[in-house]
Design a protein around this ligand. Sequence first.
Ligand code: ATP
Length: 229
Amino acid sequence: MTVTVLLEAQGLSAGYAGRPVVKDLDLSVTQGQVVVLLGPNGAGKTTTLLALAGELPALQGSVALFGGPAPAGLHRRARSGVGFVTEERSVFMEMTVEENLRVGRADAGQALELFPELRPLLRRRAGLLSGGEQQMLTLGRALARTPRLLLIDELSLGLAPLVVARLLTAVRAAADDGVGVVLVEQHVEQAMRIADHVYVMQRGAVVLSGPTAEVADRVAEIEASYLEA
Ligand code: ATP
């Protein structure tokens, strides 16, 4: 079986005002793969996603996307098939669920298939939804745009464990349909459950990476050490 590499970052450095925060990062994502980035606050996970999404330029190194050099800039990468779900809830609060689903190139039907929970809420203003429902709308809309690669930053911040599980199950299902996913997630155990490959970052560098089953024990050790720190 051939493995299709969707994204390959090599020796990537990225940061702010020309100063690197993430240094010399090698990371790849294949079709159908969920890659999880873990690490303490300030480790550089969000910066990594911003560099992969094209929001931050590579200060060094390269990013290849879908078999060619990644186009520069967020919008061109988005057009080439990269979806990006960011930390702040990205729904339009004054618009209804239905209106939110019609914005952009989303296929509302597909979003509702992924999250039937949203169907009875179609006429409701997004601002009146629970945090979990808002994130279902955010994720459903992002997936309904049929990205080939989806970058997700802290989708489940502040949500109850059951809601986190629901969102991550949908992420896993999308990957099983062929989407490649890079996920930054605070809920380490839940994230590991859907991850194929894990990268642990500290101070802007990858300190451990590998297939989930192979690195799970070490991840637990590292996690314990940074939670205690
Ligand atoms: P968190 O879980 O807290 O979001 P993170 O692993 O995502 O952490 P980043 O947000 O990537 O970490 O931050 C990495 C470093 O970059 C931090 O030291 C942070 O202070 C710095 N940083 C983040 N955003 C900016 C910015 N806009 N300008 C300058 N420095 C920044």
